[in-house]
Design a protein around this ligand. Structure first.
Ligand SMILES: [Zn+2]
Length: 537
């Protein structure tokens, strides 16, 4: 999420979420910290959406009410996906959603906005030209250049070229592939390779792909039909995205070709089947992972099956992906993935394409965005190699403030709050550092709960403390330890009773916790999460 502000006007570009990092146990998503915008809601003129990936739209339902429902603008597909998210949260009625015509200029207070078509791994992706009295900026969104895209229009090079004489102060450009040499492989080449595999496969074909890669899904559906195969769709996000894309006519299918996996007849010939599934990232609960484990309700993998992972693992997912591949080959399937043949291409521009973007826009400064900081630094280096000065290739981080004055961009020392706001289930912002730390302790050392039943008036224990443990010790086999823990808990409680004359629940619990913490550490060298629970009767 990026905020642009000029005097009394604010426009926001994208409101995405991040998938949790490995140590954020149980966290579903991380959403942007919008504390800077508190009290400034009345200035927010628009939210501009570059494309429909969740890391660009995912946090909208969480944050839109807090931002007091500013209008949202984006392409047809992006807005279709935004609407789907808002529907899930029952917010569609209050939201103001606008599908933009990329050829029309929009005005928001002192800002004017023009859009330009780019290619990416989801159709209908747009970049933004944002003009203000202080300077003009170009924001690429996520992009790549593809001269032969599949079921997408190519990037609007003519429009991007026209920016060169519009005094662009800063180019905010996608850095995800700044370390990859050359040009990004065209989707057409991927299509040719996929077609060959589909033509030659003797039995069933199972293809795992990103459910938002709608152009490729359309290609696969058509290829299936060309080779006399029916398509069966497995996995919720895959069937959801296909039906949204069909509604908005981004996927057009001959009747009867695409079906749910649940409708797959038992006696269909293997050579007549193509199954589209989720799970290309090795996600543990996905359809493909379950096929590998022999745990899928409809599909049993067998020799003769051809499985294509039309994807590449997102950094961090490699192990999970290869473990799924291992399971599938063990069951006798032939598995084709990028190391075997190019059956996937990235949605992000590689080095030569990033250079071309800089060359077309001719900005005064480059601000690498998207991707890890090492990728953004690599992108800044590309800018410098192309003649930008040291201070005009500007790497900023979350929470940093960039100022453009008289057309000159520079990073300031100002910082705005940019904490990780963690979402678990339906809660918002209630998962803080303490909860994550507790989960870490529990995951490594288990949990030990002590029930202290005390007299409501005298606060004296009415019976021996009881203990419940999970992942700490196996109580049936540790009777001695259980007894000793109970006795320590009683002693700890009685000592606390002596010590804190006023009997404050929090103090007493903390005292018991510390006493038991020392004991378990000394006795068995473990530090479970200790939870004293006091029940007054
Ligand atoms: Zn994207």
């Amino acid at each position: 999420m990026m905020v642009f502000e000029y005097e009394n006007d604010i426009v926001i570009v994208d409101v995405g979420f991040q998938f949790p990092e490995e140590d954020m146990l149980g966290v579903d998503y991380v959403i942007p910290d919008i504390s800077y915008l508190e009290g400034k809601e009345h200035k927010i003129r628009a939210i501009l959406i570059t494309h429909g990936h969740l890391d660009h739209i995912g946090a909208i339902p969480y944050l839109l009410p807090k931002l007091k429902f500013p209008p949202i603008y984006g392409s047809k597909l992006s807005m279709g996906l935004v609407k789907k998210r808002l529907d899930e949260f029952n917010l569609t009625k209050q939201a103001q959603m606008h599908v933009v015509d990329p050829d029309k200029t929009l005005r928001f207070g002192s800002f004017s906005v023009d859009w330009f078509r780019v290619n990416h791994s989801i159709p209908d992706s747009l970049g933004i030209l944002l003009k203000s009295p202080a300077g003009n900026i170009v924001h690429t969104g996520d992009f790549k250049f593809d001269l032969t895209p599949v079921y997408q229009e190519p990037t609007d090079f003519a429009k991007i070229g026209s920016f060169a004489n519009q005094n662009i102060s800063a180019l905010f450009s996608d850095s995800t592939n700044a370390l990859k040499a050359g040009h990004t492989l065209s989707e057409k080449q991927v299509g040719e390779n996929l077609e060959k595999v589909i033509a030659e496969a003797p039995g069933r074909i199972i293809i795992a792909a990103f459910s938002s890669l709608i152009g490729r899904l359309q290609f696969l559906i058509n290829a299936a039909s060309r080779h006399g195969r029916k398509v069966y769709v497995s996995g919720r996000s895959m069937s959801d995205n296909i039906s949204i894309a069909q509604e908005l006519s981004f996927i057009k299918t001959p009747p009867g070709i695409v079906n749910s996996i649940k409708q797959m007849p038992n006696r269909i010939k293997d050579a007549d089947t193509l199954i589209l599934t989720t799970g290309a990232q090795g996600e543990a609960v996905s359809a493909l992972a379950r096929m590998g484990l022999g745990d899928h309700p409809q599909i049993r993998i067998k020799p003769g099956d051809t499985i294509i992972l039309s994807s590449s693992p997102i950094p961090g997912n490699e192990k999970a992906v290869f473990s799924v591949i291992n399971n599938l080959v063990r069951l006798g399937a032939r598995v084709i993935f990028n190391q075997v043949m190019d059956v996937h291409t990235s949605g992000h521009a590689q080095r030569e394409d990033l250079k071309l973007m800089i060359n077309l826009v001719k900005p005064r400064s480059l601000v690498p965005v998207h991707g890890e900081i090492y990728m953004r630094h690599a992108h800044a280096e590309i800018g410098r190699a192309m003649g930008l000065s040291q201070e005009n290739a500007i790497v900023i981080e979350n929470g940093d403030v960039l100022e453009i004055h008289n057309g000159q961009a520079r990073a300031t020392k100002e910082k705005v709050s940019a904490n990780y706001i963690m979402i678990d289930g339906k809660g918002i912002g209630d998962v803080g550092a303490q909860i994550i730390m507790d989960r870490q302790i529990m995951s490594q050392n288990g949990v030990l709960t002590i029930l202290l039943t005390v007299d409501g008036k005298t606060k004296k224990l009415v019976k021996d403390p009881e203990i419940i443990t999970r992942g700490f010790i196996y109580m049936d086999e540790s009777q001695e330890l259980v007894k000793e823990t109970i006795s320590r808990a009683r002693k700890g409680y009685e000592a606390a009773l002596e010590r804190f004359k006023g009997w404050k629940r929090g103090d007493v619990k903390a005292y018991v916790r510390t006493a038991l913490d020392r004991f378990t550490h000394r006795k068995i060298g473990r530090n479970p999460l200790i939870l004293p629970v006091i029940i007054e009767v």
